[in-house]
Design a protein around this ligand. Structure first.
Ligand SMILES: C[S@@+](CC[C@H](N)C(=O)[O-])C[C@H]1O[C@@H](n2cnc3c(N)ncnc32)[C@H](O)[C@@H]1O
Length: 249
């Protein structure tokens, strides 16, 4: 699904300016506190968020850099202002992004869950090591308020064998703090509706695999309203998001 098809996925969630509003508001507030030389969108996909920043003229004096591990995602030209870096978020180094004397702001949306349970803290620590005290990391990350919701979503993603993992919000807050981030603000962002057909297309599930998945979900008794709902014909789920404004301490 990477590349030009990405923006249409999941009802266009990732290319919807209204959906992006809470995260862009938080970035706007961070920019008002501290103006960086470069804004780096980590796992920035097709560059939609940076293009929105440019379109809204939020940072006319900042370099805009999209870091993504997928060359296909980086291929569409969202804006001529965006510099593209094909690299892994958990390996990219400050020196590849700015000159020694320059300052940075990291932003990120819907990427932390790619690192799995074991990879989450090391990734947060790696990102912290790339920023200097006082620099901002503003991210919209999938996390649940309740353990039961996280357990349901994690069972679904384990059945799809994606390696993705969703923490509860309190756990993510604790990991951020232990990695050296101070959270200065949190805000809700729109949930992402995941229809079973879209998940099947995204993760290349065959009809037989999808039928097995339905059967496994029905057998597990998972049916949490607004989190993971099974029906006789299939299922749908919602990923809840929080926008975290963090400062490197
Ligand atoms: C759910 S998409 C979100 C894209 C974009 N942040 C947005 O909100 O529109 C996740 C993106 O993270 C990228 N990604 C996943 N793991 C990555 C990694 N380890 N390093 C860099 N990019 C990664 C994927 O290629 C994909 O573009």
């Amino acid at each position: 699904m990477h590349g030009p098809a990405w923006n249409g996925l999941h009802g266009g969630y990732f290319s919807d300016p209204a959906v992006a509003e809470p995260l862009l508001d938080a970035v706007r507030a961070a920019l008002a506190c501290r103006r960086p030389d470069a804004i780096v969108d980590l796992g920035g996909g097709t560059g939609f968020l940076l293009a929105e920043l440019a379109r809204r003229n939020l940072a006319p004096d900042c370099r805009l850099v999209n870091v993504d591990a997928s060359a296909a995602q980086l291929q569409p030209a969202a804006s001529s202002r965006i510099q593209k870096v094909c690299a892994a978020v958990d390996q990219v180094r400050r020196g590849a992004l700015v000159e020694k004397s320059q300052t940075l702001l990291f932003m990120m949306r819907s990427v932390l869950h790619y690192f799995g349970r074991a990879g989450l803290l090391p990734t947060l620590q790696h990102l912290r090591a790339q920023l200097r005290p006082g620099e901002y990391f503003v991210h919209q990350s999938a996390c649940c308020a309740e353990q039961g919701a996280a357990d349901s979503l994690n069972r679904l993603y384990a059945l799809m064998e994606t390696g993705k993992w969703y923490p509860i919000r309190a756990h993510l807050q604790a990991l951020l703090a232990s990695a050296g981030w101070r959270i200065t603000a949190m805000a809700a962002a729109p949930s992402l509706l995941l229809e079973d057909a879209a998940l099947a297309a995204r993760y290349r599930l065959t009809p037989a695999q999808l039928a097995d998945l339905h059967a496994a979900l029905r057998a597990s008794g998972d049916n949490l309203r607004g989190v993971l709902e099974t029906t006789p014909a299939g299922f749908r789920a919602w990923l809840p998001y929080t926008v975290f404004t963090c400062v490197a301490v």
